[in-house]
Design a protein around this ligand. Sequence first.
Ligand code: ADP
Ligand code: ADP
Length: 225
Amino acid sequence: MAEVSLRGMRKTYGRVVAVEGVDLEIAKGELIVLLGPSGCGKSTTLRMVAGLETISAGQLFIGGRDVTRLEPKDRDIAMVFQNYALYPHKTIRNNLAFGLKMRGTPPDEITRRVDAAAEMLDITHLLERKPGQLSGGQMQRVALGRALVRDPAIFLLDEPLSNLDAKLRARMREEIALLQRRIGKAMLYVTHDQTEAMTLADRIVIMRDGHVQQIGSPLAVYDRP
Ligand code: ADP
Ligand code: ADP
């Protein structure tokens, strides 16, 4: 069974239909990119999977469990935001550790997970600093690290690279691709950037006006007129 299944997912805001009839199966280790112009429903779809928006109709399964009505904290997910959302007064180590601490993870387990994530993302030397002392690229790594320590079934990324300059964006794109292969988890990645989609995706989901217009490998999607 797929790691994550979206079945007939729909979101309405009053009379506005933001997302309709989205069906998608995501396998373990698969990176799916949601691609399409502004306003087509990408973020809303991602936020419904995250539990940040209620699901108006349809069902969502994560790890074989129906999580349609569950709170974000009860879903096996981690989200990486475009604006990083780090705690400014905590050190990077404590930023990475905080969620696990709240969940009651034993301290030695927290240290182990934080150190492993920091090493994977090459931010070990930054662990005692605070977010204000970091560059944009470094903060983005920390944001990825914070998701990584949660060890979720699926990573949800909403335009994670859009605040970076072009050069850094290209580099982080490569690193996310490598990280994805190393950890072998499911990823759902929202972007409006075609290059990002082509480089990263196992499959691209093209959205238009709240619907899925096409799903396929990057080559299949772009070979067709
Ligand atoms: P995308 O991420 O592709 O840019 P969104 O998912 O943000 O698109 O938006 C999809 C549609 O839903 C748009 O028409 C948008 O205006 C509408 N929408 C999103 N959030 C809200 C909201 N909180 N209230 C009303 N309409 C919304
Ligand atoms: P916890 O790990 O116990 O959920 P946190 O303080 O990390 O505690 O998170 C507070 C809230 O924000 C929770 O609902 C949690 O699920 C959510 N949250 C924290 N970090 C992330 C993340 N990277 N992705 C998704 N949700 C998150």
